[in-house]
Design a binder for this molecule. Structure first.
Ligand SMILES: Cc1cc2nc3c(=O)[nH]c(=O)nc-3n(C[C@H](O)[C@H](O)[C@H](O)COP(=O)(O)OP(=O)(O)OC[C@H]3O[C@@H](n4cnc5c(N)ncnc54)[C@H](O)[C@@H]3O)c2cc1C
Length: 251
């Protein structure tokens, strides 16, 4: 995290949505600096005299307001239980500057952009997909969202809107690991990657010549996916050494 990331500004909660038990979006009004789709801010509350801050990806497109984050409540976590209890009108602290390099800034054009998310890792892609960059750089975008139970699918309206705007270029693949659910793939994203089911559902292949892959969410998914991708010849993308995949690990 950059050194300019602890310049706190006061923000007001202007919207809140509960999607399911323990699953929330919060909207803020705050004067933060310009940022890129894919970046995160820190959100903090003063709890018993201590400022407790955690990073959260921004879900809104960089040019639109309000600012929005999407998160799940962790029982016993220092920040998310009080964050979940906030109401419109309440105040929080945000960092004035967003940070992070999980963006399309230095990514090379290719055939297909693959976006893999577990849980609340979906949010960062909504910001990216609401900008022009993915559609300028790639012919197709495949978004894969893995959740444990079907009630954890969220932002259906936003996804439908992206689908309407980019009809034949956007594919959304819902994946549920802990129950069978009609219209979704069943299992872990990484197992479906190994078995080839994700690619056959998308009618596309993941290889270094045609693909850029972004991975966001839990460490187990990212760790296993990296092994699978590297076995296929994809290398990590770096700002000064373009490659084929980038990662953002939430926990
Ligand atoms: C760069 C970055 C961006 C992030 N963006 C988001 C985001 O957009 N949305 C989001 O929900 N979280 C995001 N996180 C995680 C977030 O910062 C917090 O860790 C999380 O919200 C829990 O906060 P907490 O203070 O309640 O508990 P913490 O003290 O932060 O964590 C308590 C425990 O819960 C685990 N944990 C953290 N997050 C989760 C989770 N989502 N599911 C299950 N276990 C978890 C931690 O590994 C730890 O063991 C991001 C993390 C990083 C590093």
């Amino acid at each position: 995290m950059g050194t300019d990331m602890n310049d706190w500004v006061k923000a007001r909660v202007v919207g809140k949505h509960q999607w399911a038990a323990g699953l929330y979006s919060l909207q803020f009004d705050a004067p933060i600096a310009d940022y890129q789709a894919g970046q995160y801010i820190k959100v903090a509350l003063d709890i018993e005299g201590e400022r407790i801050g955690r990073p959260y990806s921004l879900v809104n497109a960089p040019q639109s307001r309000p600012l929005e984050i999407y998160f799940n409540e962790i029982a016993g976590g220092p920040l998310t239980p009080p964050l979940s209890a906030l109401k419109p009108g309440d105040e929080v602290w945000l960092t004035a500057h967003a940070g992070g390099i999980f963006t399309l800034e230095t990514v090379q054009p290719a055939e297909t952009l693959w976006l893999l998310a577990t849980g609340t890792g979906l949010g960062v892609y909504l910001s990216i997909l609401r900008t022009d960059a993915p559609w300028d750089l790639f012919k197709r975008v495949v978004l894969i969202h893995g959740v444990r139970v079907a009630t954890d699918f969220t932002y259906a309206e936003t996804l439908a809107e992206i689908g309407r705007r980019h009809a034949d270029r956007f594919t959304f693949i819902p994946v549920v690991s802990r129950e069978d659910c009609a219209g979704t793939l069943h299992g872990r994203i990484t197992d479906l990657l190994t078995s080839g089911q994700l690619e056959s559902r998308a009618d596309a292949t993941i290889d270094p010549a045609t693909s850029h892959v972004m991975l966001c969410g839990n460490s187990a998914m990212i760790k296993d996916a990296k092994v699978i991708l590297e076995a296929r010849g994809l290398v990590r993308h770096r700002r000064h050494a373009p490659g084929h995949y980038t990662t953002e690990q939430y926990h």
